[in-house]
Write a protein that binds this ligand. Structure first.
Ligand SMILES: NC(=O)NCCC(=O)O
Ligand SMILES: [Zn+2]
Ligand SMILES: [Zn+2]
Length: 464
């Protein structure tokens, strides 16, 4: 039986427009937009969005649910993490399936399908982490693209875990140049960083703040430059993940000025947090250990400028939560043993709305960097990331005037601290539809594990 929902009276904001409009949803899709009150559509359900924004559901293109990492597992499962995503107005996540060294891409992807299937509250897709580049792996990349897994992350960091050397990176990039895949790069010089880690520990520098000191901005910039030039040699597009250093943004800006298909993502933690957090007293700084690391506050202005000028295209979370108790604590007395990663999948849309309130970005740019650009970048547009007839009815009714205080006491992520504890923000998610079904209804969770489905992606839609 078909169902019809009408959203009346809201301000519909997409990456390109802001219009007062009523929205008609038929089953899982958006059917029409019309001037307010101009249509007497019959409906099973009417949502009054007067005084509210009507925005596309967020697309978080960088999450790590249940990731085995640093001797433990990220604490959000696909069930808890996608439920938290829904609470925060995100209706699609793209998570990273992992190829372990000595195993195939297929084995890694199958394992991630098994973790996610039947458990997600909102839709999900996968990137593939390629840890072991060889002839078989390169062939498998082609097959994964046919299955809708069209992007591949490589690491210039973490020697002995996910690390690829320049030759392996070049080979994967060459394959991507031929098959339409997008290489995503963790750009930090991990070999040099490991030397600095060893030297710091030998000097007795074991506190969390030293994590930020050894993972130098120059080593992010150097790796970013190297990745860009390797991609240029291969003739492949490149997406650099979790950019935090001003010097790395400068490398991306230069490459884009040269006309290269080079893209950059940053994350809320680099825009709102800094090395001040890493230096919090006692072992508190461990809560903020992630890689690339938080930088001194001065870097933030360059990141905001990059987001305004499109030298950075996407803000994703790199959501990779580890509880303070029992997980971050693994690194007491040795910062290099603190599991790397921060929680944030629930906070991204609100923090970026706060950036609108603070004057860093416009409302349309908010929707561009959080919804439309990630959807385009990863082949999900216009199914996801916008409000237009034919698109999935992934829609958030957002109250731009509500005040909230972020806290572990009220968040829904399965982690015992908030990286933004006590932060006051203006704006809050009120109702969330995922393919037409309410998953959050007037601040009540109405979703269910298994509603979210695997969403195959086409190749990058963002190329020059
Ligand atoms: N970013 C981080 O610290 N943890 C997740 C793994 C990665 O993205 O490198
Ligand atoms: Zn990374
Ligand atoms: Zn990550």
């Amino acid at each position: 039986m078909s169902s019809r929902t009408v959203i009346r009276g809201g301000l519909v904001i997409t990456a390109s427009d802001e219009i007062h409009a009523d929205v008609l949803i038929e089953d899982a899709r958006i059917a029409a937009l019309a001037a307010p009150g101009s249509q007497s559509w019959s409906a099973d359900r009417t949502i009054d969005a007067t005084g509210r924004y009507v925005i596309p559901g967020g697309v978080d293109a960088h999450t790590h649910m249940e990731l085995p990492f640093g001797g433990t597992h990220a604490s959000d499962t696909f069930e808890t993490g996608t439920r938290a995503a829904a609470w925060g107005g995100t209706t699609t996540i793209v998570d990273f399936a992992v190829q372990s060294v000595g195993h195939t891409l297929r084995e890694g992807l199958d394992a991630w399908h098994a973790k996610a299937e039947g458990n997600c509250a909102v839709d999900y897709a996968f990137h593939m982490i390629v840890s072991d580049v060889n002839e078989e792996t390169l062939k498998e990349m082609d097959l994964l693209i046919e299955e809708g897994v069209t992007s591949f992350k490589q690491f210039m960091a973490y020697p002995g875990v996910f690390y690829s050397d320049d030759g392996q990176i070049l080979r994967a990039m060459q394959r991507a140049a031929g098959n339409g895949g997008l290489i995503m790069m963790h750009a930090e010089n991990g070999i040099a960083i490991d030397v600095l880690v060893e030297q710091a520990l030998a000097r007795g520098e074991t506190d969390p703040r030293h994590h930020g000191e050894v993972r130098k901005a120059l080593l992010e910039a150097e790796a970013t430059h190297r990745a860009i030039r390797l991609a240029q040699v291969a003739g492949a597009p490149l997406y650099v993940v979790h950019v935090s250093a001003a010097e790395a943004v400068a490398e991306l800006a230069r490459a884009r000025d040269e006309g290269l298909n080079v893209f950059g993502e940053t994350c809320p933690q680099y825009l709102f947090l800094s090395t001040d957090n890493l230096a919090e007293p006692g072992f508190e700084g461990a809560k903020y250990v992630c890689s690339t690391p938080l930088r001194p506050r001065e870097h933030q202005a360059r990141l905001w400028r990059g987001l305004r000028t499109n030298d950075l295209q996407v803000v994703s979370t790199d959501h990779c939560p580890f509880c303070f108790t029992g997980q971050k604590e693994l690194g007491r007395g040795d910062f290099s043993k603190i599991p790397n990663g921060l929680p944030g999948v629930e906070n991204r849309m609100d923090l970026l709305h706060q950036a609108v309130v603070d004057g860093h970005i416009s409302r349309r740019r908010w929707i561009e960097i959080a919804c439309a650009a990630p959807a385009r970048m990863f082949g999900l547009y216009p199914k996801k990331g916008t409000i237009t007839p034919g698109a999935d009815a992934d829609i958030v009714i957002y109250d731009p005037h509500a005040e909230q205080v972020m806290s572990a006491a009220t968040h829904h992520m399965n982690v015992d601290y908030s990286a933004y504890e006590g932060k006051r923000v203006t704006g809050r998610v009120e109702t969330v539809l995922s393919r037409g079904e309410p998953v959050i209804d007037q601040r009540e969770y109405t979703g269910r594990a298994g509603h979210g489905v695997f969403t195959p992606r086409s190749t990058c839609q963002y190329l020059n």
